[in-house]
Design a protein around this ligand. Structure first.
Ligand code: AMP
Ligand code: GLY
Length: 424
């Protein structure tokens, strides 16, 4: 089977690594890919915003399956164009991808399908938003409606801070993403992520994870795309996972199908485990980054078969994904300056990194001649397995310590909450 993978980050490197292990894989391309992905796939410079060019490439190379990694092409309707051209595609339609592309869309779906989520107000003007604030108590949760690269959520401790943040949102701080804002009730609890594959009808869970969003140790400092993650998330017990399926994921998939916008691909549910049960914080229409890296490290099933079944509507006919009992843990090495402006171009030596069985996924790297250099904020995802979180953490940091990347930094406490729990 000939496969085209869209994307260039650590998530896509992990997907490429796993897809390449399938006995089904034939010709394998990635657009645009990265130096890590290049070990598994032929990287091609395709403009993925040019849907006609992507379709033409698929025809020329007789691509059987397109796997879309990031959210932007999905929200932009790439999967619709490809499917209309008869090309099997892993990833939801533009309409269904609104689960990630519009916070308001998701909140209203929750209301229609009776899915547990924080009480909210949708506001389309600054005046309305200031007014709606009165219905909430601090801390205030303010969300720009559209895609904002993970930066569109503000938690404000005081009313004044909230008003200032709303001013900025309606003033265009997040571009058109902020022309509508959702204000919602603050939820308390532990956060965890739940992933499920679906073809619009059948649903198969594909693991749980927890990530570390803040840049600094002890969960301090500004938010990032994620500084590390581990899987499984034992706080999501079997019983809680069943509840999440029943109360959140199944009604979502069913409602979207009944309303004529079936969702296919991976559904990533960001959850708050409150004392009243799991509540939906947000949906993403793709795998998490870096959560995908730890899921792929544990996945024992054939990813090509699973993704093709999602794309073709035959997920009900394949066996549920099998994940190893091991823990997997990934540490993000970022370039100095991240999440502000990262220092680019610093050399990286990975020659000793994988000696102990770890896997280094490339997130923001570039080859300059023969030298691997950093080219983004999050640069490497150093990923390892172990029989426990404690072991996986030790293995991942041993690999981190074997990497020579002078301009890089990482948090030293990824997975610490789980390690503390294991100590008892
Ligand atoms: P989101 O982009 O919707 O995932 O929000 C980013 C982060 O903001 C989440 O991971 C939570 O840590 C936090 N957050 C979002 N919504 C709420 C809420 N209703 N209550 C508490 N924290 C929230
Ligand atoms: N790591 C969070 C995300 O992918 O949205």
């Amino acid at each position: 089977m000939h496969v085209l993978l869209i994307g260039s980050g650590g998530r896509e490197h992990a997907l490429a690594w796993k897809l390449a292990q399938s006995p089904e894989i034939g010709d394998f391309y990635a657009a645009p890919g990265n130096p890590g992905i290049a070990a598994h796939a032929v990287c091609v410079a395709l403009d993925v915003t040019d849907h006609a060019a992507v379709t033409a490439f698929c025809r020329e190379k007789a691509i059987d399956l397109v796997v879309v990694g990031p959210e932007a092409p999905l929200v932009d309707g790439l999967a619709d164009t490809l499917r209309a051209a008869g090309i099997d595609t892993f990833g939801p339609s533009r309409e269904a991808a609104q689960l990630e592309g519009s916070k308001g869309f998701t909140k209203e779906l929750c209301k229609r399908a009776n899915i547990p989520t924080a009480r909210y107000e949708r506001c389309t003007s600054l005046e309305a938003a200031w007014g709606a604030l009165k219905k909430f108590d601090p801390p205030f949760v303010l969300k720009a409606d559209g895609l904002a690269a993970g930066k569109g959520v503000v938690i404000a401790d005081t009313r004044e801070e909230a008003q200032n943040a709303l001013n900025e949102m309606f003033d265009g701080k997040f571009g058109s993403a902020g022309s509508e804002v959702v204000i919602e009730q603050f939820l308390t609890g532990e956060e965890a992520s739940f992933f499920a594959l679906t073809d619009g009808t059948a649903i198969l869970p594909i693991g749980t994870a927890q990530d570390h969003k803040r840049v600094g140790e002890g969960d301090t400092g500004p938010n990032t795309g994620g500084m590390g993650a581990y899987s499984p998330a034992p706080v999501l017990s079997e019983a809680l996972q069943a509840q999440v399926m029943r109360e959140i994921v199944e009604p979502t998939v069913q409602t979207l199908r009944e309303e004529g916008m079936p969702y296919s691909g991976v559904l990533y549910a960001g959850l708050m485990l409150t004392k009243d049960g799991p509540q939906l914080i947000e949906y993403n229409a793709r795998f998490g980054d870096p959560e995908c890296q730890v899921l792929m490290m544990r996945l024992e099933s054939d990813l090509v078969e699973l993704m093709q079944a999602c794309a073709r509507g035959t997920l009900g006919e394949v066996a549920a994904p099998v994940l190893s009992d091991d823990f997997a843990l990934t540490v993000v090495m970022a370039a100095e300056g991240y999440p502000g402006t990262p220092k680019k171009g610093g050399p990286i030596d990975l020659s000793e990194a994988e000696a102990g069985g770890a896997k280094v996924f490339h997130a923001g790297t570039k080859l300059e001649g023969d030298t691997l250099t950093s080219s983004g904020g999050r640069v490497l995802n150093v990923t390892a397995r172990g029989a426990s979180a404690t072991e996986a953490q030790a293995n991942a940091y041993a690999a981190v310590d074997a990497i020579d990347f002078a301009d890089g930094f990482c948090r030293r406490d990824i997975g610490q909450r789980e390690v503390r729990r294991e100590r008892g």
